[in-house]
Design a protein around this ligand. Structure first.
Ligand code: 4NP
Length: 152
């Protein structure tokens, strides 16, 4: 089993959408047993909250369920629990590297490392319009398919 943690800043837009996209794909492909997944934020602002309503609306329009997800912050035990910790942008990655215990074996990578011809970062849609949320979902779909196929 491969255990994957998706990480952004607030855990209300990008990383819960990544988690939901990956979960949806595994359910479609019948590969639930091969993976475990979760998401978290580097910041504490939104702990316990549902995902941003705009992201939930965009995901629902694509047939992806995420209303059950609640925000949490990254914790030290995550670095021992997960094989792969996937950051949405370079700032998230730098924040994770700064707190990774030296003896943790988790691989820290960028979400879009896997995607051809894509920007290196999943842009933060929080302060923009609905277009940005759909664009993020497109990027996550491509990256999640790559991630899934690499481990199946
Ligand atoms: P996320 O987006 O990191 O993709 O969940 C954000 C959510 C909230 C804030 C920033 C980014 N905020 O500043 O509250």
């Amino acid at each position: 089993m491969v255990k994957v943690l998706f990480v952004c800043l607030g855990n209300i837009c990008r990383s819960p959408a990544a988690e939901a996209t990956f979960r949806h794909l595994c359910q479609q492909q019948g590969t639930n047993q091969r993976f475990a997944w979760d998401s978290a934020g580097t910041a504490a602002y939104h702990i316990g909250k549902a995902a941003d309503s705009r992201m939930r609306e965009a995901a629902q329009a694509r047939g992806i369920a995420m209303d059950d997800l609640r925000a949490r912050q990254v914790k030290v035990t995550d670095f021992y629990e997960y094989d792969l910790i996937i950051a949405m942008d370079k700032s998230n990655l730098a924040n994770l590297k700064a707190i990774q215990p030296v003896d943790s074996k988790a691989d820290l990578v960028l979400m879009l490392d896997n995607a051809d011809n894509a920007p290196a970062e999943v842009p933060d849609p929080y302060y923009g319009g609905m277009d940005g949320f759909y664009q993020v979902l497109d990027m996550l779909d491509t990256a999640c398919r790559r991630l899934h196929d690499q481990h199946c």
